[in-house]
Design a protein around this ligand. Structure first.
Ligand SMILES: [Zn+2]
Length: 413
């Protein structure tokens, strides 16, 4: 088959070999080998060493379907950007570590085929109960699970003649607030591309994950299931746009998503992707515990795995009946390891004056690993209780006593 001028595996390897070896804080990691023995490279931008505990992590994978060369082109465009002197690139890497796998299926890239050399669809080879079949997906999964990304993007290309670009999103646990977050992020990425002249893009949900029914899935689904990773897929129309356009629109969408890792766009009180809100709602939710991104990542994984196997709830009644905000924390079963720390976030409408915060009948002090924090926002007080105690078990409660004309009126006692 005639090879196109678009980047194949050799082009990707030439780019990686040509990167200046002296560039600080860039590492090339071989993840494994394809069926035919070609190395699968990963390029990690950002120093994984000292002082890195507060960095978010993003993983960008392209070319799992070998004949979708737009993904490889976009991954190369991203790497060029991250290597550049652009201040926006420096800002991004100050707050995030970005791992790029520009060619997830080397044999498919060389043969211009969708599948790998054993005719396996390696992009759909991720299972909730066992290891992948193909060496390409096994290598990618092993790295992804150890890297523990906060944000994951799987880049594909639409070569079937469709007129629509697509961004698909993977909602995580059915009761998670992230469902709203991922759609808003994807819509914003789509709008950024529209503002630059690429108007047609569909934002589509991937199916809700149900491991009992689906034997195989995508890597994003597995990561969302294991660690509440925010997962996206990007697809460019290969037969309609040309390479320069794939790169421009793809990079724009990628950078729009990555921007969330360096901001607090959902007002949760920390910088980073919003998946530290593991479940609940933005008025009351279960948050990962920890003052750094690294600690929150660990806590998020523990809480996600616990919630997957146990009946648990964090629920808030209506404020005012007992002249306080009361949040119940309850778990009926304990399957697996019980997380030993968690945080609960509660918002109360202003004007309000906070009096005391009580966890399990005892007053909490302000600050510290086991204490509470208050964020004075425009319309509400956000009170976060950081609890060092087992998450699961019998009903306990967080009580927040506050004065407010909203609950003090009407002569009720
Ligand atoms: Zn694909």
């Amino acid at each position: 088959m005639a090879k196109s001028a678009h980047p194949d595996y050799e082009d990707v390897m030439r780019f990686i070999r040509g990167m200046d070896a002296q560039i600080p804080n860039v590492r090339v990691l071989p993840l494994g080998h394809s069926v035919k023995g070609r190395e699968i490279p990963c390029v990690i931008f950002g120093d994984a060493g000292a002082g890195n505990g507060d960095k978010q992590r993003a993983l960008i994978v392209a070319g799992q379907h070998g004949n979708e060369e737009s993904g490889r082109a976009i991954a190369l465009a991203l790497m060029r950007f991250l290597l550049s002197d652009a201040s926006s690139a420096r800002d991004l890497l100050r707050l995030q570590e970005v791992a790029v796998v520009p060619c997830g299926n080397p044999d498919g890239a060389q043969a211009d085929s969708y599948h790998n050399a054993d005719d396996v669809n390696s992009a759909h080879d991720y299972h909730f109960d066992r290891a992948p079949q193909a060496p390409e997906s096994a290598a990618l999964e092993k790295f992804a699970l150890s890297f523990e990304p906060d944000c994951f993007v799987d880049i594909h290309g639409l070569s079937g003649g469709s007129m629509n670009d697509r961004i698909w999103v993977t909602p995580v646990l059915g009761f998670s607030a992230n469902r709203g977050f991922v759609f808003r992020m994807a819509e914003e990425a789509s709008e950024a591309a529209e503002a630059a002249g690429y108007p047609v893009c569909e934002v589509q949900p991937a199916p809700i994950i149900d491991p009992a029914r689906s034997a195989t899935g995508l890597l994003g689904e597995k990561l969302a299931f294991e660690m509440n990773t925010l997962a996206f897929g990007l697809e460019a129309i290969e037969r309609y746009y040309r390479e320069q356009e794939w790169c421009e629109v793809g990079l724009l969408r990628l950078l729009t998503l990555l921007e969330y890792g360096g901001n607090d766009r959902f007002g949760l009180g920390y910088t980073g992707y919003p998946n530290s809100l593991v479940s609940g709602f933005r008025l009351c939710g279960l948050l990962a515990h920890g003052q750094t991104a690294e600690l929150r990542r660990q806590s998020r994984g523990e809480l996600t795995r616990f919630l997957r196997e146990n009946f648990a709830m964090v629920s808030r009644g209506s404020d005012g009946v007992e002249r306080l905000a009361k949040v119940g924390v309850f778990s009926k079963t304990v399957n697996g390891k019980n997380p030993e720390r968690f945080s609960i976030m509660v918002r109360v409408k202003k004007p309000a004056t906070l009096e005391t915060v009580i966890w399990d009948g005892k007053p909490l002090a302000s600050g510290g690993e086991h204490g509470f924090r208050v964020l004075d926002r425009i319309h509400d007080l956000q009170i976060t209780a950081d609890i060092c105690a087992p998450f699961g078990g019998p009903l306990r409660s967080l009580e927040i006593r506050y004065r407010s004309p909203m609950i003090d009126i009407g002569g009720r006692k």
